[in-house]
Structures are given as C-alpha cells and as structure tokens.
Write a protein that binds this ligand. Sequence first.
Ligand code: IPD
Length: 262
Amino acid sequence: MTADRLGFAVSLARKAGALAQSMRDQAGGLDYTIKAPEDYATNADYAVEALIRQRIAETYPEDGVLGEEEGLQGRVDGCWIVDPIDGTTNFSRGMDDWGISIGYFNGASFELGVIYAPDKNLMASGQAGRGSFVNGKPVDFGMVHPDQVRLVSLGYSDRQPMHEYTDRIARIREAGMDHRRHGAATIGFIGILSGWFDAYYERALNIWDAAAGLAMISAAGGVVEHGPIQTFVKEPVRVLAHNGRIPDIARIMDPPHSQAAE
Ligand code: IPD
C-alpha cells in the first residue's frame, strides 16, 4: 500500500524546492561541478538530492533511491527515482523553467510522481488509480480544444544526432503542428498536465528526468511510451508522452524505418 507515499512526495518536493531557491539566491551564488562537456551540477543539485535521500531513508528505509547525482542505492523494485533539479542550466541562470522530480517505481510501473516547479509556483502530482492534479486541480485531457494548434515539447541533448532533432521539427511543422523546447523535461511533462502542450518527446532521456512525469501522465489517462525498463534504469531511452489527442504522434516523431522506431 503506497497511498501515503504521494503526500510524502509532495511535501518533500516543496522542501526541496525551497532549499534550491535559497541556495541560488544566497550571497556568493552557486558552485559548479563539471560532469561532462555541456553537463554540470551545482552545489544545490547535490544538497537537494542529499535532503531527498535523507528523508526517504528516515521514512521508507526499505525503499531504494535512484538519483541523478548519486546513482542507485538499494532495491529497484520499490524505488524512488529522483532528479533533484531538472533544468540545471535554466535554474543556475535565473530562469524559471526547472523542477524537482520525484517518482516511485513499484517494480512493474511508474506508480506515482510529483514535479514541483518552484519559480512557477506549480505543483503537479499523480498516482495510478487516483488521477493527476496541478495545484490541486484535476487534470482532464478531454478539455483540450480540438481546434487548437497542437504543440509538441521537445527535449534535445548531444546524446542524439542533431539532424534527427531538426528532421523531427520539420515533420512537426509539415503535420500542421508546432514545437517548443524548454531545456527541462519536467516542464514538458508539467506542460502536458497543464494543457500547454499535447506531447513531450525526447530521443534519449534519462529515467530520473522522466519517471515522475510518465507516472502522472499515465495516471491522468494519457499515453506513455519508453524503451524497456531494464535498459531505462541504466541508460537513456526514447520517451514519448502525450494526452491522446494526436492519433499519429508516434509516427510523426519516428517514422517507420527511422532508427528510433526500430
Ligand atoms: C536535462 C533536461 C533537458 C533534457 C536533458 C536532461 P538536467 O536534465 O531535462 O531538457 O533535454 O536530456 O538531461 O541535466 O538539467 O537535469
């Protein structure tokens, strides 16, 4: 029984967001660690992940934790999947498109998720069988207007070839739709739940960026696709999540015979 886990995750995300904001806003600013070319973490990423790990260990000592900064500790089949700050570049430069992402994988599926975007004052939460909510309001994908221009939020990193990304944008335009890129997968997911976007796609996305968002979009009655979970816990995979309002979205993202579709 995991009903209480959702309330725990909401409260934890709020504390985590407050910590991140206070570290960014303090005199002297943030410290940076280069992880790879074009990939860095701040001292706030590490501090927020440490806070989340500590609270989970105190409250659910039997659960595992898989986090962006410190990897996997404990079991996978009953595991919290955490991105302490998704959209670190936006966060560290003072933009508001970043979020705290806390999901729970029960061994078979992404069962619940919370994304908190503190600078936007948005809290999204959801759990299988209980629906999803943004700032307490139930998500209803049936309210998306059929005549609106369809918007696809795209993620890009150098884990995928640039030409694949630009070809995808061209196909989106040819299909009469448009795209946005926010530099934070969590904002793509919260955007679907909020009705800003119809879909989020990224060719090679890490599980900590995706777990919470996929859980909430499924719980709200949307559609999610991702590579095999055994692969996903170790490396980035293709991720598509949508509100079910674009019937051929998977084909537009990855036409038959494209590398990603195979
Ligand atoms: C990144 C962001 C970005 C996505 C990348 C992620 P990070 O996460 O979500 O939008 O395209 O794949 O790695 O590094 O800012 O936590």
